[in-house]
Every structure is written in C-alpha cells, then in structure tokens.
Design a protein around this ligand. Structure first.
Ligand SMILES: Nc1ncnc2c1ncn2[C@@H]1O[C@H](COP(=O)(O)OP(=O)(O)OP(=O)(O)O)[C@@H](O)[C@H]1O
Length: 271
C-alpha cells in the first residue's frame, strides 16, 4: 500500500493559494489541509470558490501563486494521475455506450485491473443497469457512472464536486455510506456541497465564503463553538462574526490542522 499522507498526516496541503478567474479574484491566499483517510466536507454558497479550489487540488487550475500538495507531491504531477480522482458536477460518460462499456473504456485508459469494472459497478450499485446505454439513465444514475469511473484503480484521494445534487434522500444516504466505506478502506475524500445537512456525515468541515475559509473544524467542534445545533445556523453565525483570519498566528487563533478527525474542540473556527 502506498503512503497516502505526508509527514503531518495530511493528504492535501494548500498554502497561500491565489487564483484569479477572469476578472474575479476567486481565492486570495487560502491555506488549509485535508487529513488523510477522512471524509472532509467543503461547504459554502454558490460562487464561494469550492470548484476552483478542487480544480487546483487536482491540478487543472491555473494558479497565480501559492502551493498545493497532494500526497506529498505538487498538484497535477504525473505521478498523481492514478492516485487522485476527480468527479465534476457534469457526469463524464459516453451516452452511446453502456455503463459497462464506459467503465471498460476508462479502465483501459487508466491501466486499472480488468476486475475493477465489476468491482466498481457493484460498489456503486449499478449492477441492474450495467448493460443499459448511459444515455438512457436518470441523472442520478449517470452521476454514479462517473463516480464508478473515478473508483477505477482505487485512487487514494477522491475529489467530488457536489456528488449528491439532484439525488433523492435515499440515494443521498446510500452515497454517503459509500463515501464512509471508501474512507474506512483508507481513501481521503473531499466532497463539496451546499446542502448543509450533509455536513453531519463528514469527519471535518471546511466552510468557505467569498474564497476565504470561515471554519476548518469537526462538526461537533463547529456546533459547540457557534452554540448551535445545525450547520446552517453555525455558518450564518460565523458570517455574522465577521471576516476570518485562519492563518497561523492570525487573529483566528487556528491550531495546526490535520489532527484527529474526532477531536471536536471548536478551536479551529474563527473567534
Ligand atoms: N471560467 C470562469 N471564468 C471566470 N470566472 C469564473 C469562471 N468559473 C468560475 N468563475 C468565478 O469564480 C468564482 C468561484 O466559482 P466556483 O465555481 O469556484 O464557485 P463554487 O463555490 O464552486 O460555486 P457552485 O457551488 O455554484 O458550484 C465565481 O465568482 C465565479 O463566477
């Protein structure tokens, strides 16, 4: 098994990242880390920079300055190609191929074992539709084909951009159970969402607003710190408290990141 973290136990480390898209300064000195083996939720309103951050982590975003390391290597390094998977908001499947044909194709491109096709079909609960054309599937099923493709080759880091959008509550729960089981097997998952009630299923939360980090904490820590019992209200309270400073030594008093995902102290939210 490959080492899936750096010396600090982080699968992803972002330092002082600045990204401009068009005329918008989307990220302006963002720093954070994602602990290895955890399910980390990336939450924030539309336009807060979640996708841009994910693109930088998978190495497809032009950045102005700062650094992004994944599994101890610069984001986008060729050596990461099979170790990091990215599922975008748009399902990436060929509509004129069956589910199985899609996965066979991607399996070959990736050089993953042939047995992976059946494994990922089963894992994503696509067995019943495996021989149907992708173009005939529902939006949720097509999304799951994209996810199945991402699981080919058993990547160590999975970056999933709003994977539960458009899914009914039952499918959402099933998908979060799958994310948990992938993390139990050692994978690191960064999952974006603007559905705040999904946050409770994460080991840690990164709350973003306007390209800045409002909080980097466990769910329990965040709720305790804000004195609320739901993440949505916690988020609104953090906004009320004003601009964050989570830099080391900053006014936010952030502690070193990448610690025990279960240690919910609330100390890493903005004070
Ligand atoms: N291709 C682009 N060209 C110019 N600006 C862009 C481009 N893509 C995104 N932006 C801008 O970057 C900012 C952040 O967008 P981003 O997609 O990262 O946000 P997000 O939090 O993922 O939003 P959503 O939840 O709606 O997907 C927004 O202001 C958006 O308008």
């Amino acid at each position: 098994m490959m080492n899936n973290s750096d010396a600090s136990g982080s699968a992803v480390v972002v330092e002082a990242l600045r990204v401009r898209r068009g005329s918008t300064q989307v990220l302006d000195g963002l720093s954070l880390s994602v602990p290895a083996g955890a399910v980390v939720g990336l939450l924030g309103p539309s336009g807060s920079g979640k996708t841009t951050l994910m693109r930088a982590i998978v190495g497809v975003q032009v950045v102005q300055s700062g650094s992004v390391e994944v599994l101890g290597l610069a984001a986008g390094s060729p050596a990461l190609r099979r170790r990091v998977a990215y599922v975008t908001q748009q399902a990436s499947v060929y509509d004129d191929l069956t589910v199985r044909q899609n996965l066979r194709y991607f399996r070959r491109v990736l050089g993953a074992p042939a047995s992976d096709v059946d494994r990922v079909i089963e894992r994503t609960d696509l067995t019943a539709v495996a021989d149907r054309l992708a173009g005939e599937l529902s939006g949720g099923q097509r999304g799951r084909v994209s996810l199945a493709a991402a699981l080919l080759g058993s990547p160590e880091v999975l970056v999933l951009d709003e994977p539960t959008v458009g899914l009914d509550p039952v499918l959402r729960v099933e998908l979060w159970q799958l994310f948990r089981s992938l993390a139990d097997d050692g994978a690191t998952l960064l999952v974006s969402s603007h559905v705040m009630d999904e946050a409770k299923r994460c080991d840690r939360l990164l709350l973003m607003r306007d390209g800045a980090l409002l909080a980097d904490d466990t769910v329990d820590g965040l709720l305790a710190f804000t004195g609320t019992d739901d993440v949505e209200t916690a988020f609104l309270r953090l906004i009320d408290r004003g601009a964050p400073d989570l830099r080391p030594g900053g006014a936010g008093g952030a502690e070193p990141r990448g610690g025990d995902p279960d240690a919910g102290t609330g100390s890493e939210a903005v004070r």
